[in-house]
Design a binder for this molecule. Structure first.
Ligand code: ATP
Length: 227
C-alpha cells in the first residue's frame, strides 16, 4: 500500500473557483454509494488516461501531522485523539462524533473546506500539467452534500442493494447487516439517479462495466485513432 500523498497546506489562490474553472477543460464528478463500484470505474477511467482525484483519500490527507487540519482537530478534540505517531486516530475520533451531533458538525466544519481547497489545488495542478486532461473527482457523498468538486457533470455508479451486500461480504469480508445499515444511512439509488447526469448501472459483470465505461469515454473524448 503506497504511503498517502501528503496534503499541501491550502493555497487560497489555487482554490479560487474562477481560476480553477478557467483552466479545467473536461471534468467529471464521480459518485456512488458504498460498494457500488465507483473506485472500479475510476480505475477504468484512469486506465484510459483520466486523472483521478480521490476526495475520500484527500479527506484523510488534510489532517496528516503538520497540516492545518491536524492542528485544528487537536485544538477542538484534544490530544487524546492522537495515536502514538501523532496521526489522528480515526477510530477514536469516530467514537467521539458518533453520538455527538455538535462534535460531528465541528469536525465537518474543519474538514470539508480543507478538502474542497485541496481538491481545487490538485485540479489546478493537473490541468496546468496537461490542459487537455480529463479530470475525475471521485467522492462518496456528492448526492448527499451537493458538492461535486466543481463539476457540472456528475456520473453516478449504481448497484442494487442485494448486489452490493453480496460483493462486500465476498470481497471485503463485511457483515451483511453492517452493509445494510450503511446503505440505509446513504442517499437512495433513486436520489442518485435524479442528481446525476450519467447513471452507470453496475449489477452485472466487470466485463459489462468495462464496456459501459469504454463507451462513455469515447462519447467524452472521441474514438481512439488507433482503433
Ligand atoms: P466504497 O465507497 O465502499 O469504497 P466503491 O463504490 O469504490 O466502494 P468498489 O471498491 O469499486 O466500490 O467495488 C466494491 C467491490 O465490488 C470491489 O471488490 C470490486 O472489485 C467489486 N466489483 C465492482 N463492480 C463489480 C462487478 N461489476 N462485478 C464484480 N465485482 C465488482
Amino acid at each position: 500500500m503506497p504511503e498517502p500523498e501528503r496534503a499541501a497546506k491550502p493555497n487560497v489562490a489555487a482554490a479560487s473557483a474562477p481560476t480553477r474553472m478557467a483552466v479545467v477543460k473536461t471534468m467529471i464528478g464521480l459518485t456512488g454509494g458504498i460498494g457500488s463500484g465507483k473506485s472500479t470505474v475510476a480505475a477504468m477511467l484512469a486506465e484510459r488516461g483520466a486523472v483521478v482525484i480521490d476526495a475520500d483519500r484527500v479527506s484523510h490527507d488534510v489532517y496528516l501531522p503538520g497540516t492545518e487540519g491536524h492542528d485544528r482537530i487537536v485544538e477542538r478534540f484534544g490530544k487524546e485523539v492522537l495515536a502514538s505517531d501523532e496521526t489522528v486516530d480515526r477510530v477514536r475520533l469516530g467514537t467521539i462524533v458518533f453520538d455527538d451531533k455538535q462534535a460531528l458538525e465541528d469536525l465537518n466544519a474543519i474538514i470539508h473546506p480543507l478538502v474542497r481547497q485541496e481538491v481545487a489545488r490538485r485540479l489546478l495542478a493537473a490541468s496546468q500539467e496537461d490542459p487537455e486532461a480529463v479530470i475525475v473527482v471521485e467522492a462518496a457523498l456528492m448526492t448527499e452534500t451537493g458538492w461535486t468538486g466543481g463539476s457540472g457533470t456528475v456520473w453516478t455508479v449504481i448497484a442494487d442493494p442485494d448486489v452490493v451486500i453480496d460483493r462486500l461480504v465476498e470481497f471485503r469480508g463485511m457483515d451483511s447487516t453492517d452493509v445494510l445499515l450503511r446503505l440505509k444511512a446513504q442517499a437512495t439509488n433513486d436520489e442518485r439517479r435524479k442528481f446525476a447526469s450519467v447513471v452507470i448501472e453496475n449489477n452485472a459483470s466487470l466485463e459489462e462495466l468495462e464496456e459501459k465505461v469504454g463507451q462513455l469515454w469515447i462519447e467524452l473524448v472521441g474514438p481512439d485513432e488507433d482503433d
